[in-house]
Design a protein around this ligand. Sequence first.
Ligand code: UDP
Ligand code: MG
Length: 329
Amino acid sequence: MNDTAPVLSVVIPVYNEEEVLPTLFERLYPALDALGRPYEVLFVNDGSRDGSVALLKDQFRRRPAETRVILLQVNFGQHAAILAAFARARGAYLITLDADLQNPPEEVGKLLRELEAGHDYVGTWRANRQDLWWRRIASQFVNLIRERMTPIKMTDHGCMLRGYARSVIDAINATRENVTFIPALASLYAANPTEIEVKHDERAAGASKYSLYRLIRLTFDLMTGFSTVPLQAFSLAGLVLSMLSGALVVYLLGRRLVLGPEVDGVFTLFAIVFFFLGIALFGIGLLGEYIGRIYVQVRQRPRYIIGAVLEQTPHVPAAGTNGIERRAP
Ligand code: UDP
Ligand code: MG
């Protein structure tokens, strides 16, 4: 299958996953072999500092016909890493998967069936999700807000086991956003999307690569990257609050004229002032989120920098994606 394009490209971002990679290889390749379709697996090393690179190189030597390894210079984040593979995938269909075996490789066939049935995007939700309780609750909350604030309709935006057909892959490759959330983009570009339920396991080994801070950043990418409703909601809230405080001024002025000077309620006043101050600061922060995105976008720095690609037949990446490739001489 070396020169003919594979039907399926499986994309796996890898960031310090030396503990799970051997088990992943053991389960992934038999599961894909069993599908009976020509396939390629694209591993993207997202700047790992552990033994992941050595393991990926070994695997490339073992299965060179089906394996391609993209080595990024440093850590660019999961979504940028996946984009590097989007630009290089040759398959008619592309399925993304996490390296930590939380998405069982045996589920890939289920997604491929939907793609072959004509769906250009296959979303997923996780049956009895195996994550920490606070992450489950936080993500339910974010799902709720996202449903109301953005045009993106999906049951569970956290699961990265997803399928994309060529038309959607090309549309994503043509997108020039520096910060993005791939499944959300795909759900906007798809003409005939579907959603299915997939199994979810506990991480096979190692620890999650997302700190609370990185999860919050990702949530902001999702909210401010796909909607300006937060800004509009904020100006609306500002309008209502200034009308209310205007009414309060008139009322207090009236009391001053009728009852004379009063000092009661000074602390209530403090509370009210601090409350408004909090809202004002939040508003400035919210503006900052949007301005920050514009700033990142106008700088036009590459979304990722590739140090080397291990592949049997060199493949020219899709034009348009703003990543940089530095091939080893
Ligand atoms: N990942 C990555 N770059 C990062 C963070 C994560 O490539 O900066 C990869 C990671 O190796 C894994 C996937 O993205 O394959 C999901 O990460 P993780 O399992 O830590 O996230 P969680 O399941 O806790 O949301
Ligand atoms: Mg995980």
